[in-house]
Ligand binder design. Structure first.
Ligand code: EPU
Length: 418
């Protein structure tokens, strides 16, 4: 187990390269199950979640190799159609193999993910969709056991837009007989990236990135050929928040500004200045951020995955901000830890009231989930004195070489055994 020791209070300056998006990498790796032969994917970040997906594919008899961002996955040798509890409990996104397995083989046994730190996170909508497509689904000993001869197209409405649910059913629809329509689908850029990858494999998909997606099933798909995944908008947003909270000046290289629209708007309201730079976007933090309210919403709304980092920024803002979390019922776990750093935050239900302070003080803090860790890192970078961020395992799940990137822009960060 590692912890990060951060000595805060320095404005961070320099260039940061943005990595490939975790939440695009995971479904696209799962999509390799859909085609016979060698799939190649580029710009896959080196993350523990990517390793877990690799272990899952390997446990299914699939050949998986990772080399500096290039992934090769050969699913011709698949001989097991199960996502076991041991892997699903470490990464819920393991459930993304369900749609591809059902589409190509008509059989899957996937451990039912339990609740997680941020909420109960059921997968009822994934299962409802598969049932509509003709799958026979049984829940037994904690597993989803699904079977079908060949899935058939169906019209599916999501009561709540679900990112991995939309991805699972979109992948299921690619090889189904007939047309599948997903209504009230998730519109996140990672869903569109998966759709673009599937289209490059020969899938017929219209409307990805909109709320109605139409998938016309085909008989087979070609392997993925050097598909390059999109940059991580949440990593970019996190570094923007870090520029703001440290009063720094960063150039973020390789991010897609169109995916960051609402995050940049809110950070502009909070006083951050944005400029076009030759190799990316320049982000300049001011003296003190201005209190700004946010309410998390499905894309294109403000992402829940940026809520914790934004809250860290608001902890040192001028004024009081109201932060509402509407996606997950328990995504305020970072609040108690931010308070240990001196933040003044109260919670009522799904609303946090953050009274900005003039500064934060270093302390020992514990991470509870991925974005909570990023929030604590940002807060520690601005806090006076030394902080220890324990249980950094969560950060490594979703941020590629975060501590190295921070050191490159002048942060005093050390990774040590805990
Ligand atoms: N929901 C249901 N039933 C379902 C599916 C979802 O009620 O069958 C509910 C959830 O409980 C939640 C809401 O719908 O209240 C939205 O959840 P969604 O299914 O969209 O979340 P997800 O697909 O499990 C992905 C990301 C999360 C991100 C959310 C929301 C991946 C691998 N994970 O999760 O990323 O927070 O969408 O944008 O894409 C992270 O990267 O830190 C992370 C948690």
């Amino acid at each position: 187990m590692h912890k990060l020791i951060i000595k805060g209070g320095k404005p961070l300056r320099g260039e940061v390269g943005i990595s490939g998006a975790k939440n695009a990498a995971l479904p696209i790796m799962a999509a390799s199950v859909l085609a016979l032969g060698k799939n190649t994917i580029k710009r896959i970040p080196e993350l523990s979640d990517v390793k877990t997906m690799g272990r899952l594919l390997s446990s299914m008899g699939i050949k998986f190799a990772y080399d500096n961002g290039d992934v090769t996955i050969n699913s011709s040798t698949i001989n097991n159609f199960e996502a076991p509890y041991e892997l699903v409990k470490t990464m819920r996104a393991s459930v993304l193999v369900l749609g591809p397995l059902m589409a190509r083989f008509g059989r899957a046994k996937v451990s039912l993910p339990g609740g997680c730190a941020i909420g109960t996170r059921p997968i009822n909508l994934h299962l409802m969709g598969l049932k509509k497509m003709g799958a026979d689904i049984e829940l037994k000993t904690g597993y989803v056991i699904a079977k079908a001869t060949r899935l058939r197209g169906a019209s599916i409405y999501f009561d709540i837009p679900t990112v991995t649910g939309t991805e699972n059913l979109m992948m299921a629809g690619t090889l189904a007989k007939g047309t599948t329509t997903l209504k009230n689908a998730a519109m996140e850029p990672e869903v569109t990236d998966l759709a673009n990858c599937l289209i490059s494999m020969g899938a017929k998909i219209k409307g990805a990135g909109e709320s109605i997606i139409e998938i016309e099933g085909v008989d087979e798909l070609n392997p993925i050929n050097n598909y390059e995944i999109i940059p991580d908008r949440i990593e970019a947003g996190t570094f923007m928040a870090i520029a703001a909270i440290t009063g720094g000046d960063l150039i973020l290289k390789g991010c897609r500004t169109e995916h960051l629209d609402v995050i940049t708007l809110k950070l502009k309201d909070a006083g951050l200045v944005f400029e076009d730079a030759k190799s990316g976007i320049r982000v300049i933090g001011g003296e003190k951020p201005t209190a700004t309210n946010i309410k998390t919403m499905p894309y294109p709304g403000f992402p829940t995955d940026m809520q914790a980092q934004f809250m860290a920024l608001m902890a040192v803002a001028e004024g009081t901000s109201i932060i509402q979390e509407t996606i997950f019922e328990n995504r305020f776990m970072h609040v108690a830890e931010l308070r240990r750093l001196g933040a003044d935050i109260s919670i009522e239900g799904r609303t946090a009231t953050v009274k900005g302070r003039s500064g934060l003080m270093g302390a020992d803090v514990m991470t509870t989930d991925l974005r909570a860790s990023a929030s604590l890192v940002a807060a520690a970078l601005c806090a006076e004195g030394e902080s220890a961020i324990h249980n950094i395992y969560h950060l490594d799940r979703g941020y590629e070489k975060m501590d190295e990137k921070l050191r490159m822009i002048g942060a005093d960060v050390e990774r040590v055994n805990d």
